[in-house]
Design a protein around this ligand. Structure first.
Ligand SMILES: NCc1[nH]cc(CCC(=O)O)c1CC(=O)O
Length: 307
């Protein structure tokens, strides 16, 4: 077979994820590194630095150019952070493979204090994610939450410069970058539920590309796939307004799946949670059912407030 072209964003995290995918494929198929080519692709999401991405057009910004390359045949597979993937993909493409999930929790990086609970009243905490901003406000209404973008290095520099007392990032991303030593605290799943898909590498391919399907089947992690099916069904059913922060996390043990979902107002004052358990084989139905329940509990007005 010719070289398999692995498309990815060019950020350090994206490249680390592409390299992990390549390593797993090499291992599973006994192939040398030269059997693969990692193709970095710049996306609009990487280029827009001046405003929150939720205002610039949301999640699709990180995937558009990569999906065009996949559809054009310039690459054969695309490696993504599942969390950044829209729930609706372009015709002809599917997310078919998930690698074993890393720790899905958010991590706190404190400058003067290690634990977020030890921050003084009114402390400034930086985050660019609507979910994290809302959860921070719910947890500590006294915090001043400021927008904080950029890669890990940029954020650490901002902490050094005194722009904020701390910031929150996905533990998984930090681990994959070999930066877990900067983490000073881990956020509990209950107070600070992760975004749907957090910590899971997802691989997108052309529907019906049999050679690629065969290659990828060997590295697919079934429990992660089931968890992601549930989380993405929850997200898809609620995603009408991308201005509503949504958290969702499923865990799979044997045949059983357990899901926790949450929607929260951006100011953190109103949140609605749901927990459902069921058969892992019913992952999509559980996610959809959870979305119906949490939507019913919140009422239609909840979504109107800030949409
Ligand atoms: N939105 C950016 C993004 N997309 C995926 C990750 C981390 C890795 C992951 O969740 O799999 C991050 C950075 C972060 O949230 O800290």
């Amino acid at each position: 077979m010719q070289t398999l072209k692995i498309g990815t964003r060019g950020s350090p995290l994206a490249l680390a994820q592409a390299h992990e995918t390549r390593a797993r494929l090499m291992q599973a198929h006994g192939l040398p590194e030269q059997a693969f080519e990692v193709v970095p692709i710049s996306t609009s999401g990487d280029r827009i630095q001046d405003r929150p991405l939720s205002e610039a057009g949301g999640k699709g910004l990180f995937t558009k150019e990569i999906e065009e390359a996949l559809l054009d045949g310039r690459i054969d597979i695309a490696v993504h952070s599942s969390k950044d993937m829209p729930t609706v993909l372009p015709d002809g493409l599917e997310l078919i493979t998930f690698l074993p999930r890393e720790d899905a929790r958010d991590a706190f990086i404190g400058k003067k204090v290690k634990r977020i609970v030890d921050l003084p009243r009114g402390a400034v905490v930086g985050s660019s994610s609507l979910r994290r901003q809302a959860l921070l406000r719910r947890m500590r209404p006294d915090f001043e939450v400021v927008i904080f973008r950029g890669n890990v290095q940029t954020r650490l520099r901002k902490l050094d410069e005194g722009v904020a007392e701390g910031t929150i990032l996905a533990y998984a991303g930090l681990k994959r970058l070999g930066l877990e030593h900067v983490v000073t605290d881990l956020m509990p799943l209950e107070d600070f539920p992760p975004a749907p898909g957090q910590g899971a590498i997802g691989i997108e391919a052309r529907i019906g590309d049999r050679d690629v399907e065969r290659m990828l089947a060997a590295i697919h992690h079934v429990p992660t796939g089931q968890a992601l099916t549930c989380e993405r069904a929850f997200l898809a059913a609620l995603d009408g307004s991308c201005r509503t922060p949504i958290a969702g996390h499923a865990t799979v043990a044997g045949e059983k799946l357990s899901f926790d979902g949450l929607i929260i107002s951006p100011d953190g004052t109103e949140s609605h949670e749901v927990r459902l358990e069921g058969e892992a084989a019913d992952a999509a139905e559980i996610g959809l059912d959870a979305a119906r329940r949490v939507r019913a509990r919140a009422g239609a007005k909840f979504f109107d407030g800030w949409a």
